[in-house]
Design a protein around this ligand. Structure first.
Ligand SMILES: CCCCCCCC/C=C\CCCCCCCCC/C=C/C(=O)SCCNC(=O)CCNC(=O)[C@H](O)C(C)(C)COP(=O)(O)OP(=O)(O)OC[C@H]1O[C@@H](n2cnc3c(N)ncnc32)[C@H](O)[C@@H]1OP(=O)(O)O
Ligand SMILES: Cc1cc2nc3c(=O)[nH]c(=O)nc-3n(C[C@H](O)[C@H](O)[C@H](O)COP(=O)(O)OP(=O)(O)OC[C@H]3O[C@@H](n4cnc5c(N)ncnc54)[C@H](O)[C@@H]3O)c2cc1C
Length: 664
């Protein structure tokens, strides 16, 4: 029935004020109002319609994306939207496009790695989109191993230019988004060669296409790398291939904030650490953590609403069957994901603060917190994207057969989201970076270097090695200090065990390779500790709103105790807790699921996702699932005709054959 709220009873059960929770989720009243306004603006604009994208072919999809991106840019200018509003508009447009790389990587790379003069030269053009750029780092042969890139930029003393060249097939740039068909420029990462000496990988600005006719410039071979996973998904993006055949660019197009090449061809390294060449990745990884909470919240919203609508079994004397959300197994799969969406939101907020802080310090030439920012962005990017990707697939299964329908929105969400586990650093490779950071922090303990930031707990090594949990009742697991201590002790003991095993190797690098699987588990434990701690810290703030803080406390406990339950082997083998304490945690977890149950729909309403953004019949706000699913099926192009194309050609002869045989 149109206009009826099928989830009204569920909404009435809520024990907290949803409008206040919406503000907590958004981060502030300002952020909430902005997000709400822009989401409605996009939802009501016919150009941003997206329910047809999964039926479009590649060329149509790409053209549709260009149209949306151009329309977005037009609306941004017409309405005079600021950066925050423009970013929201892109979010709700919900289709990857070349603009992501232009604004998300090309512009930040120039800002972070360009000198003041270079910024003055390039940013005004880029900011007006008079040039469009991409981030060309990865090659056919190397992605993770940035130091292994093969593209060369050789300094020519005579002409004061760099010569960009792709000496091998594997040196072809491969993957950069926006490169394939649209970008006019790129920040290209290449090995700097001066007088036959290799100075390693540096960033260069290169023009790729003519600004007159958009054709590739001489010496440049360029194209799209082909279809990717799924039908629509990331295929709206022109991930590209690029080869240089001795292409010349002026010397001042090397990004020279970190190091410079003089007119005489002298290489000068400034006081800025060389790792700043990797700075754009730190920036984007921090955005990706925030996006992980958004992606997961969309899937969880769909699965939770549908689980309240869907009924199976349990009808007695003609009464309603059971809502599947009331099955304990459904709750044990769904509610930890709901809690994770909130947990990642607060971890993302904190990471944004950390990133802003490190950026301000860098401006003031304080580079001391860069390693911490790298480890935190790398580790949390890895943790949150892995959980979000697996969580979206779990939500699909939670919706049974209908979850597999394109109209559930979940297949598309999954297909477009999963590369987040790979781009901006493969998740395993990034955890190994965290492990290196932890091992370094431990190796410095004896030299009196006190660990700081997220590794500060390692400074209490003796205490954490002595630790035994004092939990005696299930409710004890609700105390934040009890949870944090258990997570700290587990993380510290896993890292210290790795460090001890590493010390048995005469060559530490051999040890690191041999123990990599254990190191990754230690790094994961460390990252989970960060997320748990940041959730708890959030709850120490003043959080207004009727019942809001209580709900967040329940979610925080679910997040932590679910992890404890899932990784019970870690907690037991490190001797942090006893089997009895483990089962008390599980008992508490079951009780927490019951507490969330009446609030579940309101907790996903607090994400404030419009039906347009969710793009899911199962997740509709009004819960009117069945009539809409039925209606949607008839819109499929296959149902345009009663008899499908190809029937007369391929099937009818078989049937006629049968008839002929029958007559014989
Ligand atoms: C329509 C109009 C709309 C308008 C509005 C639109 C707005 C849109 C705006 C924004 C949207 C943003 C959305 C973004 C979309 C994202 C799309 C994603 C596209 C994908 C892009 C990519 O994938 S780019 C390529 C990414 N590549 C990688 O991540 C490679 C991974 N590998 C590495 O990072 C490194 O090679 C690795 C760190 C693994 C190893 O490096 P190596 O030098 O070999 O390292 P090592 O010896 O181990 O370390 C040396 C030293 O350096 C330290 N370190 C390493 N990395 C960093 C770093 N990043 N920062 C700081 N320090 C670093 C490391 O710890 C070591 O330190 P020490 O131990 O020596 O102290
Ligand atoms: C959709 C998408 C968009 C992208 N956009 C861009 C872009 O705009 N610009 C750009 O430059 N790049 C882009 N990339 C490339 C991306 O950054 C790389 O693919 C990514 O960094 C992973 O590197 P790789 O492909 O070399 O993986 P590989 O390193 O080859 O990974 C293969 C396997 O090896 C494992 N492995 C690798 N090294 C180690 C190690 N040291 N120890 C243990 N295991 C290891 C990995 O865990 C993985 O299982 C994009 C990729 C995708 C999928």
């Amino acid at each position: 029935m149109e206009g009826v709220d099928h989830l009204a009873d569920e909404r009435n059960k809520a024990q907290f004020d949803v409008s206040d929770m919406k503000i907590v989720w958004a981060g502030s009243r300002h952020a909430y109002e902005l997000s709400d306004r822009i989401s409605r603006l996009v939802a009501s604009d016919p150009v941003f319609k997206k329910d047809n994208v999964s039926t479009l072919g590649r060329k149509e999809l790409f053209k549709n994306t260009l149209k949306k991106a151009a329309h977005a840019w037009k609306r941004i200018n017409e309405l005079g939207l600021n950066e925050e509003e423009a970013l929201k508009l892109r979010t709700f447009m919900d289709q990857p496009s070349f603009t992501d790389l232009h604004w998300g990587m090309f512009v930040p790379a120039i800002k972070g790695q360009g000198t003041d003069e270079q910024q003055q030269q390039w940013l005004p053009l880029a900011n007006k989109m008079q040039i469009i750029g991409c981030y060309a780092q990865t090659e056919l042969g190397h992605g993770s191993n940035v130091q292994g890139l093969e593209t060369t930029a050789t300094f020519d003393h005579k002409t004061d230019e760099f010569v960009l060249n792709s000496p091998t097939l594997t040196s072809s740039k491969w993957w950069p988004g926006g490169l394939g068909k649209i970008s006019t420029h790129a920040v290209v990462y290449a090995r700097l060669i001066i007088d036959d000496k290799d100075y390693g990988v540096h960033g260069f600005i290169a023009q790729l296409r003519s600004l007159n006719d958009h054709l590739p410039l001489p010496g440049i071979t360029i194209g799209d790398i082909g279809m990717k996973f799924g039908s629509a998904a990331y295929n709206s993006m022109d991930n590209g291939v690029l080869r240089f055949d001795h292409v010349r660019i002026p010397r001042n197009q090397m990004l020279m904030r970190v190091s410079q090449v003089t007119r005489e061809g002298k290489y000068v390294h400034s006081s800025v650490p060389r790792q700043l060449v990797y700075g754009t990745m730190v920036y984007v990884r921090q955005i990706i953590v925030f996006d992980a909470s958004v992606a997961l919240s969309r899937a969880v919203c769909i699965a939770t609403r549908y689980s309240a609508v869907r009924r199976q079994f349990g009808s007695q004397n003609g009464s309603h069957e059971t809502q599947v959300i009331d099955y304990k197994t459904q709750q044990a799969r769904l509610f930890p994901l709901l809690a994770s969406a909130y947990a990642f939101r607060f971890a993302g907020e904190w990471l944004k603060w950390l990133y802003t802080d490190v950026t301000e310090r860098l401006q003031a030439k304080d580079f001391s917190t860069l390693p911490e920012a790298h480890a935190c962005t790398a580790g949390l990017k890895s943790l949150t994207t892995s959980v979000a990707a697996d969580g979206i697939e779990e939500c699909r299964k939670l919706c049974g057969g209908h979850g597999y329908l394109s109209s559930s929105g979940l297949p598309e969400l999954f297909a477009v989201y999963i590369p987040a586990c790979t781009y901006e650093g493969d998740n395993v490779v990034l955890l190994l970076q965290v492990a290196r950071y932890l091992m370094k922090a431990i190796s410095q303990l004896n030299s009196g270097n006190k660990p700081v930031g997220t590794t500060a707990y390692l400074g209490r090594k003796e205490q954490l090695m002595q630790y035994r949990s004092d939990v005696v009742r299930a409710e004890d697991w609700l105390k934040p200090s009890v949870v944090v201590e258990a997570f700290e002790a587990r993380a510290a003991r896993m890292s210290l065990a790795c460090a001890q095993n590493l010390s048995k190797f005469s060559n530490p690098e051999d040890g690191f390779q041999e123990l990599a699987a254990d190191l990754i588990e230690a790094a994961t434990a460390h990252c989970q500790l960060i997320v748990v701690s940041k959730f708890i810290e959030k709850l120490q703030q003043d959080i207004p709103g009727n019942g809001v803080k209580q709900q967040l406390q329940v979610l925080c406990s679910i997040y932590a105790l679910f992890l404890l339950h899932k990784h019970i082997g870690d907690f037991l083998t490190t001797g942090c807790i006893t089997p009895k304490q483990g089962s008390l945690a599980n008992e508490q977890l079951r009780s927490l699921y019951s507490q969330v149950r009446p609030n579940a729909i309101a907790l996903v309403d607090a994400f404030n996702h419009t039906d347009h953004y969710l793009g899911s019949i199962l997740g509709r706000y009004d819960g009117n699932v069945y009539p809409k699913l039925y209606e949607e099926a008839w819109k499929d192009p296959l149902n345009d005709t009663v008899i499908p194309d190809g029937f007369h050609e391929y099937v009818e002869p078989l049937l006629k054959q049968q008839l002929r045989n029958a007559r014989l």
